[in-house]
Ligand binder design. Structure first.
Ligand code: GGG
Length: 351
């Protein structure tokens, strides 16, 4: 069996981590008896600087029908972030109805959390982030530019269907994990979209009587991600709140360099996209020290999504095994100054 994978390394260290992770993914796939046929798309900021757009006009059509997309990162120091994000990553998420963004945060054995008293295995949560609308709906406008009475309006859009998709995925995960669901909103201050969100959580929750539902406002949730991260299991949040909480989740579990994500099309009619949570990290680009593990773990999520769970598990346990080994190479974000290549070479040996 061969899967058709669109590879979009993107910008900065996105290029480095995708190139490094690819042979690891291939080795795990070969072991499990399948292969990955890649088509590489050199879309991103360099293309924007040369041609004025992050991807071609028919970019979405060229991705349609693939089994999955593996993306590195977007962001360039010479281009405003809203241009790069809206030029590549957000259109893919939106056009392909990747309504559910799943972002696990796991504190692996051998990894140090910046939080005192937390060790390997103590934190194991997953955030379900609404991924195509909410605060990133791209609805608004800016008028009277440069005048004192300049005004900008940025609207958040919450549809019942979009909310239900992510909430249902979160309840399913909570059921599977045998844990609880934390619903994060700001419905005391945002009385329309967020109250609709709470209503949907209550309605869908009736179908999952065994799941304990906790409600938190995002300010309290942020505090508790630092104060008691071990008590979270499945968290569901809007696009913006999920984006913020998952950076927090990544750092309390040791590093942004370990945080994977899946942007899932729940209907299965378009490809889903897998990417490390981290961005293009221009400060370390070209130094060969980017941590490839978030991309490898995103590859494990991609394998699970393709129904190749054995290969996914093998990848994740190779990563866990490496992190638990105090003598294994690590990149500087984990406190050691080994390079990207040393980490993937070691990892291949553990598969
Ligand atoms: N690999 C993910 C990436 O490039 N992230 C940069 C970023 O700005 N992400 C915002 C988002 O995930 O919505």
């Amino acid at each position: 069996m061969a899967y058709d994978i669109a590879l979009i390394p993107g910008d900065g260290i996105g290029q480095e981590v995708v190139a490094a992770a690819r042979p690891v993914l291939d080795a795990a796939a070969a072991d499990a008896g399948f292969s990955l046929d890649y088509e590489r798309f050199d879309w991103g900021s360099e293309r924007y600087l040369d041609e004025g757009s992050m991807m071609p006009d028919d970019g979405i059509d060229r991705l349609r029908g693939r089994d999955a997309i593996l993306l590195g990162a977007v962001g360039h120091p010479d281009i405003p972030d809203h241009v790069t994000l809206r030029g590549l990553m957000l259109p893919i998420r939106k056009r392909f109805n990747q309504q559910v963004c799943e972002r696990p945060a796991v504190l692996y054995d051998g990894v140090e959390s910046p939080l005192r008293g937390y060790g390997g295995g103590d934190i194991d949560l997953v955030v379900f982030r609404e991924n195509t609308e909410g605060e990133y709906a791209d609805v608004g406008g800016r008028e009277h530019r440069g005048f004192d009475h300049e005004v900008a309006i940025q609207s958040a859009v919450f549809t019942r269907q979009g909310t239900e998709d992510v909430v249902r995925a979160a309840f399913e995960a909570a059921t599977e994990r045998g844990g609880k669901l934390t619903n994060v909103t700001k419905s005391n201050a945002q009385a329309y979209g967020m109250v609709l969100w709470d209503d949907v959580v209550a309605e869908v929750g009736e179908e999952y009587p065994d799941v304990e539902v906790e409600r938190l406002l995002v300010d309290a949730a942020s505090m508790d991600f630092v104060r008691r991260p071990d008590e979270f299991d499945v968290v569901v949040a809007s696009n913006l709140f999920g984006d913020i909480l998952t950076d927090l989740g990544a750092i309390v579990t040791g590093s942004m360099g370990l945080a994977p994500s899946a942007n899932v099309n729940v209907e299965g009619d378009y490809p889903s996209m897998f990417e490390p949570v981290h961005g293009s990290a221009p400060d370390i680009v070209g130094q060969g020290v980017a941590n490839p593990l978030a991309t490898v773990l995103s590859g494990a999520m991609l394998f699970d999504h393709l129904g190749e769970g054995v290969a996914g598990e093998r990848l994740e346990s190779a990563v866990a095994d490496q992190l638990a080994d105090a003598d294994a190479p690590r990149t500087p974000d984990l406190g050691v100054d080994a390079g990207t290549e040393a980490v993937v070479d070691d990892l291949r040996g553990r598969l």
